[in-house]
Design a protein around this ligand. Sequence first.
Ligand code: SAJ
Length: 459
Amino acid sequence: MHMKICVMGLGYIGLPTALLFATHGADVVGVDVKQSVVDYLNHGNLPFREPGLEELHREAKERFCAKTEPEAADVFLIAVPTPLDPATKVSNLSYVKKAADMIAPHLAGGNLVILESTVPPGTSERVVIPRLEKSGVAVGDFLYAHCPERAIPGRTLQEMAGNSRIIGGYDRDSTDRATSIYQTFVRGQIYQTDARTAEFVKLMENTCRDVNIALANEFAQLAEECGINVWEAITLANKHPRVTVLNPGPGVGGHCIAVDPWFLTENSTRCRMVSTAREVNDSMPNYVLHVTRSLLSGIRNPTISIFGVAYKGNIGDTRESPAFKFIQLAENEGYAIRCHDPHVAEFPHPLMDARDATAGSDCIVILTDHDCFRTIEPAGLRMRTKFVIDARNILDHEKWTEQGFAVRVLGDGSSVQPAPLDEIAPPASLYPAGAARSIASPLPPSISLLSPNGREDFL
Ligand code: SAJ
């Protein structure tokens, strides 16, 4: 059956979704309030980078066009941002409201409206549906579903098609219709529920990840106090069949994990863990700066080189990146800052190549786990003092040490010397420092050593 879809919002989620529908048989009008985004797309360009998106945009050419206003369609899909108000930690639903208001004049009986944007529980019933009903068409006569996205930036297209999805409809018809529409390109399992549960589930997913990362970050600080390497400890703990601790780091960025937990708690008087986890993760730039400060204490007019301002590895996205807070705190303390990030095109601070970013520098701080940082040749850098803080545990530390660098890894336990626990550490000849072994049974026994980073996945 021929279908026309109007996608409201052509950002990181809306655009790939629109193009996937267009390459799977639908006619798609993509709507964005920014004229520049619309012009970009209609001239064959993309407003941001994402693997595979360029090819998909070309493939969708016949069935996709961008506009600044919606028009009559069979399906309306809302994928606009829901930012967090930084002062109140309350969601800003103004874009969602505006999208619903823009759809209302074009809404007809039998249409389906899908909300993909992440929202606090109850938003569909309390905010979106009433605005759509201003069209004069009642919900039930038009269909409505909340279908939160689950795709991770950097792998958006694979995950949009391959991941399972939750579809929560206003009623049975809405859920079934939305399911059949997503089935045009989703290969993953589709699970059906109601709209409010779908809203809640989306927030649970990102909150669960945030809490897990906060735990890893707290473990890193505790391990430091105990004089042990948290990376080795986490790798070993994760050998337990029911334990999966994530990685510590300089903080949690991105538009989702750092934001969504607040949507869950904004109307609650009971939550403790969720907000505590947010606080732990938000304090990690302070902790990394604390480590930096302790290294640079005797140096006059110190300069810090930041490697990685993107919020995570191998992408150019800096939204909510922990680098912002780290830079602001460091500058407030009088450190000079030089930034290097080959993935990022635009950043408020000037971005330089690795050599310029290290000219006269006293310390490199690795804030992002870009793969390209793993192969940097330390010999080519122009440091004044050779300190490096690896807040992601991605460098080849032996190589850097050989080049005269003093290396600190976040949570490596090296600030505690000598630790009382050293007395009960196994003899060095049996277990080399920082390397644990495993003996698998049944026979034949095999012994495996973790890498010097304490991680099995280290290349
Ligand atoms: N991070 C750590 N340690 C880890 C993993 C991540 O410090 O072990 C940091 C990252 O460096 C980054 C932040 O957390 O700063 C968030 O990155 P991420 O890769 O965990 O997640 P996002 O924000 O890119 O995407 C998440 C995903 N949600 C989950 O995995 C539950 C994605 O599936 C969602 O679609 C997306 O949020 C979204 O749009 O909601």
